[in-house]
Design a protein around this ligand. Structure first.
Ligand code: BGC
Length: 711
C-alpha cells in the first residue's frame, strides 16, 4: 500500500515515508492548508455565486480607480487633497466601494509609486480603508498584495535589500530567511498581507531583464533559497501564517526563454522531465515550505499557443496542484496545496498571443474559462489602459469589473467552468485565508533597525571581488589622503535597481531624503567613504582632474562606479528584437509609449562614459591605484573596468545599505569571503557577447560559478 503523505504520517514516520517512497522527505512536506478544509467547505456552501466569483478576482487599485475615473485622477486628487478629503470621498473616488459591491476577496498594488507621497502612513490608511470595505459576510479576509521583492518597495524610506542575485551570492539561507521575515513584517506594517515573492526563476540567458530576480543558476541553490525565503516571509507557527502570504513565481520556465526575451518562448526541445529539472527546483522548495500561493508565468513552452495562463504545455499547473506526492513521472512536480494567481492581465495577454498564433479570437467568457480550467484560481486584473494593446484583436476589452464578473458567471452557468473546478479554486483560496494569522510588528522603528542590520550584512556578503591586482584591497584607511571619485559614486537609484518605490526604479535619490534616508539606511558609496574617512581626507571628482595628477600614488585612491540604469522586467531585456512584436508595435499603434523608452543598449557591455574612461586612463598612467565597483543586475562585459582598475568588485544591486557595505569592504571593515561560501558568483561571468549568446556552452567565460577572491 502506498503511504499517504499527510501530516500524521510525516510526524510519526517521516523517515519511513521518505524511504518507502524512494523520494526525499521533501515530497512528504506537510500540507498545512488541509487543516482548514472543513472551514473552507462551510463557507463555500454558504456563499452565493457572486461571492464565489468575488474570490476569483484580484483587481489592482489602479483598476478600481480607473473604473471610476479616467486614469484614476480623481482618486489621486482625493488622496492628496490638503487637508485630506473625507474618507467616504476617497473610497468612492478610488473605487474602493467596488470591493463590497463585487464581494472581492483580494486587491493589489503593482508598479508604483501610485501616491505622490508613497509613505507608510498613506499606504496603511488606504489599505485599512480597503479592508473596511471588504464584504466579510462569509469571506474571512481581504488579501492585499504588493511586490515587496527586495524590501517593502512601495514605501518611500523603506530599507531596500539586495536583489535575489545578490542574496544568492551570500549563500546564506538563514540570512535569506531572516530578511524575508522582516520584509513580510514591513509589508504588514503598511497594510499589505500578501507579497509577490520570491521569484524562483533560473535565469539561463543574461540578456533577460529579470536576471537579477534569480538567486542562482544552480537548481539546488534555488530550491534551498526559495524554501528559506518562504519560511521567513510566511513565518508559519502552530499551523498559521503569522507573517505575510508568499507567492512563488512565475510558474514556470520564465528564466528559460529564447534569447532571454521576457515573456517569450522556451524553445528548448526538452521533454517534460528535463524541463522540470531545469526550471522546477524553486517550486519544490516552495512546496516544502508550504507556500500559500503561486503566480503563473507569461512565457510559453516551445510555441505552445495556450501559454501557462490558458492551460499551457503538459498541463503543468494542474499537475502541480493535483498530483499527490510523489508524481511517478515527475517526482518533484507535486503537492502544491495553495492557490494559483495569474500575472498582471495574464489571461488577456495570453489570449492575445493565442489569437495571433491560431487566428482564433477568444471571447472574454472563453478566455476566463480556459484560464480557470488551466489551473488559475485567481485572476489579476491590472490597469485597464495597459490591457488595451493586447486586446486589439479581441472584442473582449474590459475596463471595469462588470463584464469580467458576467463572463465568469456565464461560463459557470454554461458549465464551461464546472462546479467542481469552481469549488476547487474557491476553497483553495479560502483555506489559505483561514491559515492567515498575520501579526503586525509591535515596534516599527525596531523592525527597521533590524532590517538595516540584515541589509548591511547581506550587501556585504553579496559582493564579489573579481580582481585585486597588487593586493590593493583591503586598503589601509590610515594612509589615504586623497580620494578621487569617478562615475556614478553618488546615486542610490543605481544601487537599488528596479522595484524600488517605482516599478522601474529610478536614477537618483528622490525617495530617500531627510527622515526617509535615515530610516532606510540609504547611503551612496561616496557618502559612506566620506563618513568613514572623515574630513582629514581630501575628496575630488572628475571635474577636478587637473588638480589631482601630481598626487602621490601612495596616499591617493581612485574610486569609480560603473552601473546599469535601473530597469524591471522586459525593460531590461538586451538584444531582444522580438520584443517589438509584442510590445513596441502594438503599443505604438495604440499610442502608448510606455514600452518605447527602454534605457538599455543592445549589448551587455558595460562601458564608462568617454570622459570617465579618459580620466581613469590618465590616472592609471600616473600610477594612482584605483578600484571600480559594478552595480548591475547581472554579470556584464566589463573589459574597460578590468583594464583601468587594480581592483574590481561586482556589487550587483546591493540596495540602500550597498554604499556602506562597499565602503566596509574597501577599507577592511569587512573581508571578502568572511563566511565560508559567501562572496562567490552564482552565475558565470562572460568575457564576450558570444559567451552570452552561446549560454556559456563553450566554457570561454571569464569567471566561473563559485569564483570570488578573498582579500
Ligand atoms: C510581474 C509580476 C508582478 C506583477 C504585479 C507583473 O508584471 O511579472 O512579477 O508580481 O506584475 O505587479
Amino acid at each position: 500500500m502506498k503511504p499517504v503523505c499527510n501530516k500524521r504520517v510525516i510526524k510519526m514516520k517521516n523517515m519511513v515515508c521518505a524511504a518507502m517512497l524512494g523520494w526525499s522527505s521533501l515530497a512528504c512536506a506537510e500540507n498545512l492548508y488541509a487543516h482548514y478544509q472543513s472551514q473552507a467547505e462551510s463557507v463555500y456552501t454558504a456563499m452565493s455565486l457572486d461571492e464565489k466569483i468575488g474570490q476569483l478576482l484580484l483587481p489592482s487599485y489602479l483598476f478600481l480607480a480607473n473604473s471610476v475615473s479616467p486614469k484614476g485622477q480623481t482618486c489621486q486628487a482625493a488622496m492628496t487633497e490638503v487637508p485630506r478629503a473625507p474618507v467616504a470621498k476617497i473610497i468612492h473616488e478610488c473605487g474602493l466601494d467596488q470591493l463590497k459591491k463585487y464581494h472581492l476577496g483580494a486587491v493589489l498594488t503593482g508598479g508604483g509609486p501610485y501616491f505622490n507621497a508613497p509613505t507608510l502612513q498613506n499606504w496603511a490608511e488606504l489599505n485599512s480603508w480597503a479592508m473596511a470595505q471588504h464584504d466579510s459576510t462569509h469571506d474571512p479576509l481581504l488579501f492585499i498584495g504588493n511586490d515587496a521583492v527586495h524590501g517593502n518597495m512601495h514605501v518611500q524610506g523603506a530599507v531596500i535589500f539586495p536583489h535575489n542575485i545578490g542574496l544568492g551570492v551570500t549563500h546564506d539561507p538563514e540570512l535569506i530567511q531572516q530578511i524575508a521575515e522582516t520584509v513580510g513584517q514591513d509589508s504588514l506594517a503598511s497594510g499589505f498581507n500578501w507579497v509577490y515573492a520570491p521569484t524562483v526563476a533560473i535565469a539561463q540567458d543574461l540578456r533577460w531583464g529579470r536576471t537579477y530576480e534569480s538567486f542562482a543558476m544552480d537548481p539546488m541553490l534555488v530550491k534551498q533559497f526559495s524554501q528559506a525565503y518562504i519560511n521567513g516571509l510566511q513565518s508559519i507557527q502552530a499551523d498559521h501564517i503569522t507573517g505575510a502570504l508568499a507567492t512563488v513565481k512565475h510558474f514556470v520556465g520564465d528564466g528559460a526563454t529564447h534569447d532571454g526575451f521576457d515573456e517569450g518562448d522556451d524553445q528548448s526541445s526538452l521533454d517534460d522531465q528535463q524541463f522540470w529539472q531545469a526550471n522546477g527546483a524553486g517550486y519544490e522548495g516552495a512546496v516544502q515550505a508550504n507556500v500559500g500561493s503561486l503566480m503563473v508565468s507569461y512565457n510559453a513552452i516551445e510555441g505552445d499557443t495556450t501559454r501557462m495562463h490558458l492551460g499551457g504545455k503538459w498541463d503543468l499547473l494542474n499537475q502541480f496542484k493535483r498530483t499527490s506526492c510523489p508524481n511517478a513521472a515527475l517526482p518533484g512536480l507535486c503537492g502544491f496545496a495553495g492557490f494559483a494567481v495569474s500575472d498582471w492581465n495574464g489571461t488577456t495577454r495570453a489570449a492575445y498571443f493565442y489569437a495571433k498564433a491560431t487566428q482564433k479570437v477568444l471571447s472574454l467568457e472563453d478566455m476566463m474559462a480556459m484560464s480557470i480550467n488551466g489551473g488559475v484560481d485567481m485572476l489579476m486584473l491590472g490597469q485597464d489602459e495597459f490591457s488595451h494593446p493586447f486586446d486589439i484583436h479581441s472584442p473582449a476589452n474590459y475596463t471595469t469589473l462588470a463584464p469580467v464578473v458576467e463572463a465568469i458567471k456565464s461560463a459557470v452557468l454554461h458549465h464551461a467552468i464546472s462546479e467542481e473546478r469552481l469549488h476547487e479554486a474557491v476553497t483553495r483560496i479560502l483555506k489559505v485565508k483561514f491559515a492567515m494569522l498575520s501579526k503586525e510588528p509591535a515596534d516599527y522603528a525596531a523592525l527597521q533597525t533590524r532590517e538595516r542590520e540584515l541589509a548591511l550584512q547581506a550587501a556585504q556578503e553579496s559582493l564579489v571581488l573579481l580582481q585585486n591586482d597588487h593586493h590593493l584591497l583591503p586598503l589601509n584607511a590610515q594612509t589615504i589622503k586623497n580620494v578621487i571619485f569617478i562615475g556614478d559614486t553618488n546615486d542610490l537609484g543605481l544601487q537599488n535597481g528596479g522595484w524600488a518605490v517605482n516599478w522601474q526604479g529610478q536614477k537618483g535619490s528622490e525617495y530617500f531624503t531627510g527622515a526617509d534616508k535615515i530610516s532606510s539606511g540609504a547611503m551612496t558609496l561616496e557618502e559612506a567613504v566620506r563618513a568613514r574617512l572623515g574630513d582629514a581626507v581630501h575628496y575630488y571628482h572628475r571635474a577636478d582632474l587637473n588638480n589631482t595628477l601630481t598626487f602621490d600614488h601612495t596616499d591617493t585612491l581612485v574610486i569609480s562606479v560603473l552601473a546599469e540604469n535601473p530597469y524591471a522586467e522586459f525593460m531590461g531585456d538586451i538584444n531582444s528584437t522580438s520584443v517589438k512584436d509584442a510590445w513596441y508595435d502594438l503599443g505604438a499603434a495604440q499610442n502608448y509609449n510606455l514600452y518605447l523608452g527602454s534605457p538599455q543598449l543592445r549589448s551587455l557591455e558595460l562601458n564608462f562614459k568617454t570622459e570617465d574612461l579618459n580620466a581613469l586612463t590618465l590616472l592609471q598612467t600616473k600610477g594612482i591605484p584605483s578600484v571600480t565597483v559594478i552595480y548591475s543586475g547581472r554579470p556584464m562585459i566589463i573589459t574597460q573596468a578590468l583594464q583601468t582598475s587594480d581592483a574590481v568588485i561586482a556589487a550587483f544591486l546591493p540596495g540602500t545599505l550597498g554604499g556602506a557595505a562597499v565602503s566596509h569592504a574597501l577599507l577592511g571593515d569587512y573581508h571578502f569571503r568572511t563566511q565560508p561560501q559567501s562572496n562567490v558568483l552564482t552565475f558565470p561571468w562572460p568575457r564576450t557577447m558570444q559567451d552570452v549568446e552561446e549560454h556559456f556552452t563553450n566554457y570561454q567565460y571569464l569567471y566561473p560559478v563559485g569564483y570570488g577572491l578573498s582579500d
